[in-house]
Design a protein around this ligand. Structure first.
Ligand SMILES: Nc1ncnc2c1ncn2[C@@H]1O[C@H](COP(=O)(O)OP(=O)(O)OP(=O)(O)O)[C@@H](O)[C@H]1O
Length: 234
């Protein structure tokens, strides 16, 4: 990615991030510095227990670090007002286990974050959700409950939901962890398309080198620290 002047400030940054879980006194993050620029596609890769999910939780404000700071557009996360609202408006999330609400249809699931988003009529929410489902290739499944969808289709719904409020940054935590290899490629193609055609900033946690290779840059994580950084496009 070529950095223009506007991109010299990271979209998201953390400095000296430490996280100690008092339960078991586990030091999950041991001084992590990361800079993520607008429009980047970054993979955080490491073995199980290395601290990837903890990093993602603290970077996104879902959890608080023991020490160190997370900055969004140069300002500490804590100064962005209500963290719930900040997350709903600025961030999108995709998880390994989808976390779709089982009693809502696909199109209803996609609309859930919109209740925190910019004011929209019911008809507008419905239309937008439908457009998002079309965008990820499952407009024809809009009225199905999650249990009537394949796992790959569920993840597509979760991606559509993550786009509900036009987030600046999407966090994906092992988004292909429950998928077979063909479906994994399909889901990664959706991420690549969002990144390439719409400039969505993506931070993806994975334990798989093959999956990480789809990102532009890989941060290798080990024992709560970044031990190596790799540019996947050179
Ligand atoms: N709530 C918690 N309380 C205590 N220890 C925790 C908690 N959450 C995570 N840990 C510990 O912190 C360390 C990092 O865990 P984390 O889930 O961030 O790793 P991970 O790399 O995402 O692992 P995985 O790939 O298996 O999900 C591990 O030793 C884990 O046991």
């Amino acid at each position: 990615m070529n950095k223009t002047n506007e991109q010299t400030q990271p979209l998201l940054q953390c400095k000296g991030l430490r996280k100690v879980y008092p339960n078991g006194n586990v030091e999950a993050l041991r001084g992590v510095d990361v800079e993520i620029f607008q429009g980047e596609y970054v993979a955080i890769m490491g073995t199980s227990g290395s601290g990837k999910s903890t990093l993602l939780c603290t970077l996104s404000g879902m959890d608080v670090p023991t020490s160190g700071e997370v900055l969004y557009r140069g300002k500490p996360l804590t100064q962005h007002g209500s963290l719930d609202r900040f997350r709903a408006l600025e961030l999108g999330f995709v998880f390994q286990s989808f976390y779709l609400l089982p009693t809502l249809t696909a199109i209803e699931n996609v609309q859930v974050p919109m209740f925190e988003g910019p004011p929209r009529s019911s008809a507008e929410k419905h239309q937008r959700a439908h457009d998002l489902l079309e965008r990820v290739g499952i407009g024809h499944r809009a009225n199905h409950l999650p249990m009537r969808l394949s796992v790959g289709e569920r993840q597509r719904v979760a991606i559509a939901r993550s786009l509900a409020n036009e987030p600046k940054l999407i966090f994906a935590d092992e988004p292909t962890g429950n998928l077979d290899s063909r479906t994994t490629e399909e889901i990664l193609a959706i991420f690549a398309n969002l990144h390439e055609t719409e400039g969505v900033t993506l931070v993806m946690v994975t334990h798989s080198a093959d999956v990480a290779a789809h990102a532009e840059r890989t941060l290798h994580f080990q024992d709560g620290q970044i031990v190596k950084e790799e540019n996947n496009r050179t």
